[in-house]
Ligand binder design. Structure first.
Ligand SMILES: NC(=O)N[C@@H](CC(=O)O)C(=O)O
Ligand SMILES: [Zn+2]
Ligand SMILES: [Zn+2]
Length: 347
């Protein structure tokens, strides 16, 4: 008999959909499996005002396939010029769900991000008061800090001070990659959450660098050594309520990945649920997948879990997925480089 697993329909609490031809091509991959997603605002130019967010949401809704059941949860890109009143009004009206903090220069399209954290103090205080969550790309950008240490240094130098100075601010540590972040999360109260990506549960830095450089495994924060991956798997599969799925599915064209200065980002949306189920199966924690993918995220954001369900079945290993064709060129899909025996049942 085929082994199956049924869980509530999952959500993705960290997703890049881009715009234009790429949005059109990638959106069906997410809408097929996920009911809702937190949409990252790092377009060029970024989504900085509630008017920008409303226009972007309309473009996403217009790109949805006929009959799709998917709700984009919009975010604003925090800059040193962000108007607290615009943020609070956008949240109160339901137009946005969260605000995103990019330290300037930390990652793809982060040039408009924050350089001086004191300049956003007023916005953060207003957000704490109104209960608007802050999603954080947690890496310092100082040139002298080693890229593998940037997350741990950010927690000590930036995140912890911000949280101490702004009591009550709800913060999500996005795409955590280190045991340092796991420890910090476990020692924090319920105002702190964290997301973990599919790929950080499956690859370590050797996947990127051993036997030739593999640009499709390069993302930020960069994957760390194996002991950190193990800590992430332990946390994700533990059922701990403050951690949930954020795929950070981040499409870049093959041409922009396979070049002398390749972009950071892994496109995982089409294979995330099979890959995650594989990870949880190997950890003997299939009964905890629903908490990670479908329950803990809505609970953190004060939303109800989805009423519908998804069923996965175990069988032969999946084929390596073909690149997604887009109007801007092909996008290579995440391949964990090991057998994935689970697939989503489609009716
Ligand atoms: N994760 C990445 O490597 N890239 C993301 C940006 C981000 O989430 O930091 C992107 O927009 O491409
Ligand atoms: Zn990021
Ligand atoms: Zn991201």
């Amino acid at each position: 008999m085929t082994q199956t697993l049924t869980l509530r329909r999952p959500d993705d609490w960290h997703l890049h959909l881009r715009d234009g031809a790429v949005l059109q091509a990638v959106l069906p991959d997410t809408a097929r499996d996920f009911a809702r997603a937190i949409i990252m605002p790092n377009l060029v130019p970024p989504v900085v005002t509630s008017a920008d967010a409303m226009a972007y949401r309309d473009r996403i809704l217009a790109a949805l396939p006929e009959g799709a059941d998917f709700t984009p949860l919009m975010t604003l890109y925090l800059t040193e010029a962000t108007d607290p009143a615009d943020v609070i009004a956008a949240h109160a009206s339901g137009m946005i769900t969260a605000v995103k903090l990019y330290p300037a220069g930390a990652t793809t399209n982060s040039a408009s991000g924050v350089r001086d954290f004191d300049k956003v103090r007023g916005v953060l205080e207003a957000m704490a008061e109104a209960g608007v969550p802050l999603c954080v790309h947690g890496e310092v950008t100082r040139a002298e800090v080693d890229i593998f240490d940037r997350e741990a240094v950010f927690i000590d130098e930036v995140l912890d001070p911000i949280r101490r100075k702004t009591p009550g601010l709800r913060v999500v540590m996005e795409h955590i990659t280190t045991s340092d972040a796991c420890d910090y999360l476990r020692s924090s109260d319920g105002s702190l959450g964290a997301t973990i990506t599919t790929h950080h549960l499956m690859i370590n830095r050797n996947h990127i660098l051993v036997g030739g450089i593999k640009p499709h495994y390069y993302c930020l924060p960069v994957a760390k050594r194996e002991s950190h991956r193990e800590a992430l798997v332990e946390l994700a599969t533990s059922g701990f309520e403050q951690v949930f799925l954020g795929t950070d599915s981040a499409p870049h064209t093959q041409a922009n990945k396979e070049c002398a200065c390749g972009c950071a980002g892994v496109y995982s949306a089409p294979v995330t649920m099979p890959c995650l189920t594989q990870v949880f199966d190997e950890a003997g924690a299939l009964d905890r997948l629903e908490a990670f993918a479908s329950l803990n995220g809505p609970a953190f954001y004060g939303m109800a879990p989805n009423a519908e369900t998804m069923t996965l079945e175990k069988g032969d290993a999946l084929d390596t997925p073909a690149p997604l064709q887009t109007g801007d060129g092909p996008i290579v899909v995440f391949d964990p480089g090991k057998p994935v025996l689970w697939r989503v049942q489609r009716d």
